[in-house]
Design a protein around this ligand. Structure first.
Ligand code: CA
Length: 242
């Protein structure tokens, strides 16, 4: 039984917590329950859950801060539950490192689908052969070793940022449509959700810049259509080439 994936539910409303717990158990997940930030931190460290469902409004702290602290040591999927359709909250949660959000009230079937998508996304790289090294100016993207460096200094990316970048790298210099990126990074149910792309492309751009005033471009916006990685050089992977 212990090979069931565990899901930490951080939710202070007892009714919602109970409903989620029953629904997750019926799907074959092992629910772990917490009503606040402090308890969630303890359970997370102790049990290393496979996925997190986090309500943003908690009695002893802020769900956003919890996400920030979890993201310092775990890459497991985090889905946020927001009480109202507050756009600023969602953006802050995604910025903190959440993978997805659900606005209450949501259907249990929708929740289950989002969990499946989040878990599938973690399932590994899309490449079946050694991926190339991609350069944008002095930024080197090493997909095989999952590292991004600028002039030899590492640029740290979150798992989703890296995945988005690696999809752009599959066709360097070519336009990649919004829906293609959304499906590859977040899954088929995310078509049309272009605000995810705006947030994550901007995060990549910010991390790529030497400082805020610099004019250099790394990812081009093609209005209404998609994005294009402004690769300056693509080298085949070292092995197999002789
Ligand atoms: Ca709450």
């Amino acid at each position: 039984m212990s090979d069931q994936p565990s899901i930490l539910v951080v939710e202070d409303n007892p009714t919602t917590q109970r409903i989620l717990s029953v629904a997750l158990a019926s799907e074959g997940y092992r629910p772990l329950l917490s009503a606040g930030v402090a308890q969630a931190q303890m359970i997370a460290r102790d049990k290393k859950p496979d996925l997190y469902l986090i309500d943003l409004g908690l009695p002893d702290g802020d769900g956003i801060m919890l996400i920030h602290s979890l993201r310092k040591w775990t890459a497991k999927p985090i889905i946020v539950l927001t009480a109202e359709s507050n756009e600023a909250d969602k953006v802050a949660a995604l910025d903190a490192g959440a993978d997805d959000y659900l606005t209450k009230p949501f259907g249990i079937e929708e929740l289950k689908a989002r969990i499946r998508v989040a878990r599938r996304r973690l399932a590994g790289p899309r490449y079946n052969k050694q991926p190339p090294l991609v350069w944008i100016g002095e930024i080197a993207i090493d997909l095989a070793n999952r590292t991004v460096t600028r002039a030899g200094k590492e640029i740290r990316l979150t798992p989703i940022e890296f995945r988005l970048l690696s999809v752009l790298c599959e066709h360097p210099g070519k336009l990649i449509a919004h829906d293609v990126l959304l499906e590859a990074v977040w899954g088929p149910s995310f078509q049309g959700e272009t605000h995810y792309l705006h947030i994550y492309i901007n995060r990549l751009r910010t991390k790529f810049k030497v400082d805020a005033s610099t004019k250099e471009q790394h990812i081009e916006t093609i209005p209404l259509l998609g994005y294009r990685l402004l690769a300056t050089e693509v080298r085949p992977a070292e092995d197999g080439g002789g």
